[in-house]
Design a protein around this ligand. Structure first.
Ligand code: NAD
Length: 494
């Protein structure tokens, strides 16, 4: 059995209350680990350590190239332990090891990218409009960063936050989801091995309502970066108001995937699957909201259904498995609860819509790949983030209708569309109100380009140059080389 502790001020510690949490394998509900279950007082200790490390100035005055070297070393250690990390991630989440290996390759690449950016900011000289003065802009680290991540891509989402924060010279308190902490623990061990100074990297484990709340409320935290659900995001935003800390929110999505009549049919079918079924649809950018133009709608649904019937569910550790379980019993119940709602609203479940009845799948949190047709824009099943292996299909007639429907959502994370018409590509890319728009593709991201949402999918951007800038303050320095008396106030007597 794996044991896990928290990492506070350079020490591996149990929770102050002595509580532990069992970590469950979603494939068969077996207990795979027991980890420290922190509370508010543990989070407060981690914040204090990060505060002291930041305020001492040792880390912030470390040359940016040296900070970059440490972040790069961490990237190399992640690459060295790629297989172990991938297996831990799959054990914890149920996703296939192959998917987890991709994640680990992305993650080492993310640390490497931000390591490279660490010493590239040369500041900016402003052409001062005032004679005999100089004016320049420098970027400085923000301070203590609270980082709260979700369970669906545990280490990937954590790395989007850790790598830029450390490269920019901040100190961090990372809080992974309480149900998937294993890879965050392992990567913190690697950060220790890389040699980050004491207090720069801290890890706290435990429930969001305590540990996460302490991070978002504390006056000693300067920035909170959160990835997770909308309701939690709103709570964090309110808590952060206490000391007006900087906030970055990466929230959910309900992402349209629009297929026009003139699309490459076979590719669009293939990618309609790729858009959703990684990690059993538990992806913030899942193209779970499929919209197909009426000329090809029926043929498209048939072709999609035929492929979905063949999706192989099973253990993420078996090579033939294409889709693992959902993360937890609660989440499985939530996904399942949408099925009667969809039917009451008039949609038709033409495939799946239930838990598999046979062993061994019935012992895990599995839900069958589900295809729901005759959906309409206003339906709950279309508007809400189901976060499971569920595709809803809407039939549309015109481009205008497709764009209007697609934009009619509180979310704005990502969208994709399929067409061969170059003019339509221009028009629709411009009209869609989403942080990422894919044209003839879906679910592609890379560290060089920014990621984030419009509307209630959040604000702030991760990845890319802008992802580093989120972790900096901008300071303007103005120097007068020939200061002269002004004599405005009180100089001439009453
Ligand atoms: P969640 O909001 O339940 O939890 C996310 C994190 O917040 C966890 O670490 C949790 O412990 C913590 N938390 C819970 N309550 C808290 C509180 N009151 N104060 C502070 N922290 C608290 O989300 P989840 O179920 O873990 O993740 C799924 C959600 O994440 C989905 O909505 C998904 O779309 C979203 N997500 C978004 C992106 C993106 O890039 N936009 C990426 C991955 C996941």
């Amino acid at each position: 059995m794996i044991k896990g502790k928290m990492y506070i001020n350079g020490q591996w510690v149990d929770s102050r209350s002595g509580k532990e949490r069992e970590i469950i394998n979603p494939y068969d509900q077996s207990v795979i680990a027991s980890v420290a279950e922190g509370g508010r007082e543990d989070a407060a200790a981690a914040i204090e350590a990060a505060r002291t490390a930041f305020d001492s100035g040792e880390w912030t005055s470390t040359p940016a190239s040296e900070r970059g070297r440490l972040v790069f070393k961490l990237a190399e250690l992640i690459e060295r332990d790629r297989e172990e990390l991938a297996r831990l991630e799959s054990l914890d989440t149920g996703k296939t090891v192959e998917e987890s290996r991709w994640d680990m390759d992305d993650i080492s690449g993310i640390f490497r990218y931000f390591a490279g950016l660490a010493d590239k900011d040369g500041g900016e000289v402003i052409a001062s409009p005032v004679p005999n003065t100089t004016s320049y802009v420098v970027r400085e680290p923000v301070g203590v960063c609270g980082q709260i991540s979700p369970w669906n891509y545990p280490l990937l989402q954590a790395s989007w936050k850790m790598a830029p924060a450390l490269a920019a010279g901040n100190t961090i308190v990372m809080k992974p989801s309480e149900i998937t902490p294993l890879t965050a623990i392992k990567v913190t061990e690697l950060a220790e091995e890389a040699g980050f100074p004491k207090g720069v990297v801290n890890l706290v484990l435990g429930p969001g309502a305590e540990v996460g709340a302490e991070l978002s409320e504390s006056v000693d935290v300067d920035l909170i970066s959160f990835t997770g659900g909308i309701a939690t995001g709103k709570t964090i935003m309110r808590s952060a108001a206490g000391n007006v800390k900087k906030v970055a929110l990466e929230l959910g999505g309900k992402n349209p995937n629009i297929v026009f009549d003139d699309a490459d049919f076979d590719l669009a079918v293939d990618y309609a699957l790729n858009a959703v079924f990684f990690h059993a649809g538990q992806i913030c950018s899942a193209g779970a909201r499929l919209m197909v133009q009426d000329g090809i709608h029926d043929r498209f649904v048939e072709a999609l259904k035929a492929r979905m019937e063949k999706i192989v569910m099973g253990s993420g550790f078996e090579e033939k498995t294409e889709m693992g379980p959902l993360i937890s019993a609660e989440h499985l119940a939530k996904v399942e609860s949408y099925m009667p709602v969809a039917e009451e609203e008039g949609a038709k479940i033409i495939l799946g819509g239930r838990r598999p009845a046979e062993a061994p799948l019935k012992d895990g949190f599995f839900f069958e790949p589900t295809l729901i047709t005759e959906c309409e824009n206003k339906m709950k099943i279309v508007q809400e983030e189901v976060f499971g292996p569920v595709i809803t299909v809407e039939r549309f007639h015109t481009e205008e209708e497709a764009v209007t429907w697609a934009n009619d959502t509180i979310y704005g994370l990502s969208a994709g569309f399929w067409t061969r018409d170059p003019d339509r590509i221009e028009r629709v890319s411009k009209a869609l109100k989403f942080g990422t728009v894919w044209v003839n593709d879906f679910n592609v991201y890379f560290v060089q380009a920014p990621w984030g949402g419009y509307k209630q999918s959040g604000f702030g951007r991760e990845l890319g140059q802008i992802g580093l800038e989120e972790y900096t303050e901008v300071k303007h320095v103005y120097r007068n080389h020939a200061t002269e008396a002004v004599n405005w106030f009180g100089a001439t007597g009453g």
